[in-house]
Write a protein that binds this ligand. Structure first.
Ligand SMILES: CC(C)(COP(=O)(O)OP(=O)(O)OC[C@H]1O[C@@H](n2cnc3c(N)ncnc32)[C@H](O)[C@@H]1OP(=O)(O)O)[C@@H](O)C(=O)NCCC(=O)NCCS
Length: 237
C-alpha cells in the first residue's frame, strides 16, 4: 500500500507499511539509533562494546512477536540509496491501537525465535525489564484513555536524523488518532521530550518507572508518559 510523501518536510520522506522481510534491517537500525540510550544501551546492553553486532538481537525477536499482533502497525520512512540502487529504511515506528476489546482477546501465540543466537551484549537481569514493568504502567491506558494510539517504538538511523523522518511517522499516528477521535500516547526516551512536545504530546502524566514497586524503579531518569489530546473535539472523561 502506498502512503505517500510527507509534504511539509525540507527533505523528501516517503512512508509506507513495513514488510516482514524488513525485520532484520529494522532491528539493526534500532540498535544503531539507541546506541547511547540510557535504558536500551546502559541498562539493557552493558556488554555492547564487547558484542556490538549482537544488540539488534534485542529488537528482532520483539519485532517478530509484535508482527503476530494485529493491533500493531509497522511503518517505515525510506530514502533512495546513495548509489541510486533502490531504497533504504531511514526510520521506522511501531504504533499500537490499544483498546479494551483487544485486551480481552487472547494474546497472540508466542512466535518461535529459537533460530536466533543469544544476545551476548544484553544483561541477563535486565533484558526483559520492559516486559516485566508493564503491569506497573498498564493503568495509564485505562478508563478514558483505554482507547488510544500508542507510539511503542520510533527510531531514525543516526545518518538520517534531523531530516523529518521521525516527524513524518508521528504525523501518521496523529492522523489516525484524529480520525478515530482517540488520544495518543508515548513513553519518551531520555532526551526526547522536546521532540514529542513539538509534535503536540504535551500532557505529562506518570513516569514509566513509577511506582517504587516497578522493577524499573531507580534504573533510569527518563521515561515520561506523554499524551496528545489536542486533536480531540471532546476531551476524554
Ligand atoms: C527521536 C528521534 C526519533 C527523532 O527523529 P528524527 O527523524 O531525527 O526527527 P525529525 O527530523 O523528524 O525532527 C522533527 C523536529 O523535532 C526536532 N527534534 C528532533 N529531536 C529532538 C530532540 N531530541 N529534542 C527536541 N527536538 C527534537 C527537530 O529539530 C525537528 O524540529 P523542526 O520541525 O522544528 O525542524 C531520533 O532522534 C531517534 O531515533 N533517536 C534515537 C532513538 C529514540 O530515542 N527514539 C525515541 C524513543 S521514545
Amino acid at each position: 500500500m502506498f502512503i505517500g510523501p510527507a509534504t511539509s518536510q525540507p527533505f523528501a520522506t516517503m512512508i509506507r507499511p513495513a514488510s516482514a522481510d524488513e525485520q532484520t534491517e529494522m532491528a539493526k537500525l534500532a540498535a544503531q539509533a539507541f546506541v547511547d540510550d540510557e535504558l536500551f544501551a546502559d541498562v539493557i546492553h552493558p556488554y555492547r562494546k564487547e558484542y556490538p553486532d549482537d544488540t539488534y538481537l534485542y529488537w528482532l525477536p520483539r519485532l517478530r512477536q509484535g508482527w503476530a499482533d494485529p493491533s500493531n502497525h509497522y511503518l517505515v520512512s525510506t530514502v533512495e540509496r546513495a548509489d541510486g540502487k533502490g531504497e533504504e529504511i531511514a526510520a521506522w515506528a511501531q504504533f499500537t491501537r490499544r483498546s479494551a476489546k483487544a485486551k480481552k482477546e487472547t494474546a497472540p501465540t508466542p512466535v518461535d525465535v529459537s533460530d536466533l543466537p543469544p544476545n551476548r551484549a544484553a544483561s541477563k537481569e535486565y533484558e526483559d525489564i520492559l516486559e516485566r514493568s508493564y503491569d506497573s504502567i498498564a493503568h495509564e491506558w485505562a478508563g478514558p484513555r483505554a482507547e488510544c494510539w500508542d507510539i511503542i517504538w520510533l527510531a531514525t538511523s543516526p545518518a538520517h536524523q534531523g531530516q523529518g523522518h521521525g516527524k513524518a511517522l508521528v504525523e501518521w499516528v496523529i492522523e489516525k488518532a484524529a480520525e478515530e477521535q482517540v488520544p495518543s500516547s508515548v513513553i519518551s526516551a531520555t532526551g526526547k521530550d522536546g521532540f514529542y512536545n513539538k509534535m503536540g504530546y504535551t500532557i505529562a502524566t506518570s513516569k514509566a518507572w513509577e511506582p517504587e514497586s516497578n522493577p524499573m524503579y531507580g534504573l533510569v531518569e527518563g521515561g515520561q508518559f506523554w499524551w496528545r489530546e489536542s486533536h480531540l473535539t471532546t476531551k476524554p472523561t
